[in-house]
Design a protein around this ligand. Structure first.
Ligand code: HEC
Length: 199
């Protein structure tokens, strides 16, 4: 009897120690799963946006396409949230949209990403966890490389003067010109509730 009670006490103490440890340490994260699901979200978002951009450029040239870019990105992000459960936005050190500026939290990860934006020719990503408990978030920051077409029309080193004037009108604090193909133009920020990856 006494031995049994002693064992039960030991088991309870071990369990308490284990729980104290798990309350402090984050559960392990399956980074490969996070990256796979984030790549899918980034792919959906970018192909939807670039599809609309291409249509607008063909239909009305860059003067029409700037406004499409302005209106379409938040709508596509809302659809993506509905479909995947992830919050998607675009951020940049040299941002055009005021909504795209870097927060202090993102800046450190952005700087690291900018030092190596491509891995084997593909956009690199950074993953980190923020928040606690039910509010915990898995953040993924994925590089957006600058391309020749169609990006240089609106973000390049030689933006046509009427278009540059329109961009200044819409975005008085625009910092998003002067990029060359291969530069990191910005990054996609994909934020998942941590519960999306709980076992
Ligand atoms: C027709 C002009 C146009 C073209 C072409 C264009 N963009 Fe943009 N881009 C914009 C506008 C306008 C915004 C601001 C959108 C907003 O208000 O949310 C923007 C915003 C962005 C942002 C979000 C961060 C920020 O600076 O606000 C990124 C990243 C970006 N563009 C990358 C690209 C890439 C990469 C390409 C080529 C595939 C591209 N853009 C082509 C006009 C353009």
């Amino acid at each position: 009897m006494r031995r049994g009670a002693g064992r039960a006490w030991l088991a309870a103490a071990a369990l308490a120690a284990l729980c104290a440890a798990c309350a402090q340490e984050e559960p392990p994260l399956d980074e490969a799963a996070v990256l796979a699901r984030s790549d899918a979200v980034a792919g959906h978002f970018q192909s939807a946006l670039q599809g609309q951009l291409k249509t607008a450029l063909a239909a009305g040239g860059p003067m029409l396409a700037v406004t499409v870019c302005h209106d379409a990105a938040p709508l596509i992000a809302a659809q993506e949230l509905e479909r995947s459960g992830a919050e998607v936005s675009r951020v940049a050190e040299r941002n055009r949209s005021p909504a795209g500026r870097l927060t202090d939290e993102v800046r450190a990860h952005y700087t690291g990403l900018a030092s190596a934006p491509l891995v084997n020719g593909k956009p690199a990503s950074r993953i980190w966890r923020s928040g606690m408990g039910d509010g915990a978030i898995i953040n993924v920051l994925r590089a957006i490389p600058m391309r020749e077409k169609p990006c240089t029309v609106c973000h390049g080193t030689n933006v046509a003067s009427d278009l540059a004037a329109r961009i200044r009108e819409l975005y008085p604090n625009d910092k998003a010109t002067g990029f060359k193909p291969g530069d990191m133009r910005g990054a996609m920020l994909i934020r998942w509730p941590a519960a999306a990856f709980a076992e």
